[in-house]
Design a protein around this ligand. Structure first.
Ligand SMILES: Nc1ncnc2c1ncn2[C@@H]1O[C@H](COP(=O)(O)OP(=O)(O)OP(=O)(O)O)[C@@H](O)[C@H]1O
Length: 250
């Protein structure tokens, strides 16, 4: 089956400084893939590349177009001072079908209400997003993803600072998406959760340390190697020139 996402010698970064380096691999349709690694390993950077917020410095990402992918950014990346209600924020999940200035009809309103209900926030529709707790805001982000109805879903630390009830509720939603054969990628730090619920794992430390079945990836050796590689990585290094790359591969 055709891969849903294909990375080929992908380098992503900022101001010509690589943050994800020479990543190659395929994400199969229906995969439930955890992306793990120490702080600064490049997980968010990879996700920004997948959803088109960052252009590759080198290499390629092929497969679905960014607008076909639903993205849950890290909660810290959301400007919650923006005066928008829960209902209106969740409704932006329909932009792909309605356009930014498209009207919202009765059927769409019902879908939005259903998405808000599915994450347990009925009654919060007219609240400003700035008045929500962190866990409530995370549920709002999930409702927006739900509404996008995308084949590929990319979740950046979806369980950050969340109580166990909220985590369990949202994990059920992810498992439901997996049951519907959607492809889900999630950046996570909780290795017990990854081992229990995510069949595939990519361990990242600027480069891929290991990628495959979770039990084979999350070994003590691989985790130690990932930590060492992140600590040793030179944040100020420039992107490799093509001739340097082929010399490395030789
Ligand atoms: N907007 C940016 N401008 C410059 N450098 C950035 C930017 N965003 C991230 N970086 C750098 O890119 C590297 C990878 O960061 P990234 O946020 O992708 O890591 P991460 O694995 O998601 O980390 P964490 O687990 O802490 O969220 C880090 O060295 C970081 O400082």
């Amino acid at each position: 089956m055709m891969a849903q996402l294909q990375f080929r010698d992908l380098t992503l970064g900022y101001d010509r400084h690589p943050a994800v380096h020479h990543l190659s691999g395929d994400v199969a349709p229906g995969a439930l893939l955890a992306v793990v690694g120490p702080n600064g390993a490049g997980k968010s950077t990879l996700f920004r590349g997948i959803v088109g917020l960052l252009k590759p410095l080198a290499g390629t990402i092929a497969g679905l177009k960014p607008r076909e992918i639903a993205y849950l950014p890290q909660i810290a990346d959301i400007d919650r001072s923006f005066p928008i209600s829960v209902f209106d924020f969740v409704s932006t999940g329909l932009w792909r079908t309605t356009g930014i200035f498209g009207g919202i009809g009765a059927a769409a309103r019902q879908k939005i209400a259903q998405a808000i209900a599915a994450v347990g926030l009925t009654g919060f529709e007219s609240r400003g997003i700035g008045t929500l707790s962190g866990g409530q805001m995370q549920r709002v982000l999930f409702a927006r993803v739900l509404l996008q109805d995308a084949r590929v879903i990319v979740l950046d630390e979806p369980f950050n600072a969340m109580d166990s009830k909220t985590s369990a509720d949202l994990l059920r939603l992810i498992e439901h998406w997996h049951g519907e054969q959607r492809t889900v990628l999630a950046a996570l730090h909780d290795m017990d959760m990854v081992r229990a619920h995510f069949p595939q794992t990519l361990l990242l430390a600027r480069e891929a340390v290991a990628w495959g079945p979770t039990a084979e990836v999350l070994t003590a050796d691989n985790l130690l190697q990932a930590r060492r590689m992140c600590e040793a990585f030179d944040d100020t290094a420039a992107t490799c020139q093509p001739q340097q790359r082929s010399a490395r591969a030789a």
